[in-house]
Design a protein around this ligand. Structure first.
Ligand code: PAF
Length: 277
């Protein structure tokens, strides 16, 4: 596996390559990322990954400072998974113009709800870095995990805005045996918090299993209570149209629906989602 720290070196290596699958990450890789790498290697001649903890998408300095860095382990996992190249830039390489606090991607409604409203500027930062990475890698296929449901929609919008021809492939969420969605942040959970952390999955499953017989209000309230009992501070339990993320107040089986949850457990913010139909 080739490792590049600069865009120039990366471009020189990629210049004659046609069919490239790309998995952008912030490192602390887990099976969910590796699943994306496997899907890419099975569908592309070349597969690349980037590891870059992007400062512009963190609206909480503590969260940024605490982001786990495990490069040696990540590289071993990527090598084993058959990844062809890793792009591992430093901040100055990606932001030679300096870190701006404001970007102006026209994301519309999607930037105003859920993660957009709880983490102001987050998706602008995601767009800034994904845009730069795509210009550097010029992949044919881009692989992202459905755990970050709203991020996938934002990136879809970014591709429209920038008229990039890359095809976005959204891959299903990988879970631990107890249902907890794989996430780099899980490593920050204490062992007691880890035992409660699948409470989010249990709520999603509960709503999934009861939406034909109960109202969303009732299920939402029960889940809020359940999460609170487990020690979570819930930011949202939302129902939305899975096609455009329009927030819904009640179930409507004529629409494709998704439930999304964000909740904080012992200072670790976790998100997850589940399609209902
Ligand atoms: O999902 C992530 O890990 C990040 O938001 C991404 C897409 C790599 C951009 O920094």
């Amino acid at each position: 596996m080739y490792v590049f720290k600069t865009q120039n070196e990366l471009r020189a290596y990629l210049t004659d390559k046609q069919n490239i699958g790309f998995v952008p990450t912030m490192g602390a890789l887990h099976d969910g990322h590796i699943q994306l790498i496997h899907q890419s290697t099975s569908e592309n001649e070349y597969t690349g990954c980037s590891i870059f903890v992007n400062p512009t998408q963190f609206n909480n300095q503590h969260d940024f400072d605490k982001y786990p860095i495990t490069h040696e382990k990540d590289m071993a996992l990527l090598l084993k998974a058959g990844c062809d190249f890793l792009f591992l830039p430093v901040v100055d390489e990606m932001y030679p113009e300096g870190i701006k606090t404001q970007y102006s991607y026209d994301l519309g409604y999607i930037d105003t709800i859920l993660e957009g409203s709880h983490r102001p500027g987050h998706f602008q930062g995601v767009c800034a870095i994904v845009h730069k990475l795509l210009l550097a890698v010029k992949p044919t296929h881009l692989y992202m995990g459905e755990k970050d449901f709203q991020q996938c929609m934002v990136v879809k919008r970014l591709l429209e805005l920038t008229s990039m021809t890359v095809q976005l492939i959204i891959c299903p969420t990988l879970r631990d045996e107890d249902g907890l969605a794989k996430s780099s942040r899980n490593t920050r959970l204490s062992s007691s918090a880890r035992q409660q952390a699948n409470g989010i999955y249990n709520c999603l499953k509960y709503i999934h299993d009861h939406y034909t017989t109960h109202s969303f209000d009732v299920l939402q309230q029960n889940c809020l209570e359940q999460l609170s009992t487990l020690g979570f501070t819930t930011e949202y339990i939302a129902l939305a149209d899975a096609n455009n993320l329009t927030i819904m107040d009640t179930f409507d089986i004529d629409k494709k629906m998704v439930v999304l949850i964000a909740a904080v457990l012992e200072g670790v913010r976790l998100i997850d989602n589940m399609r209902l139909n």
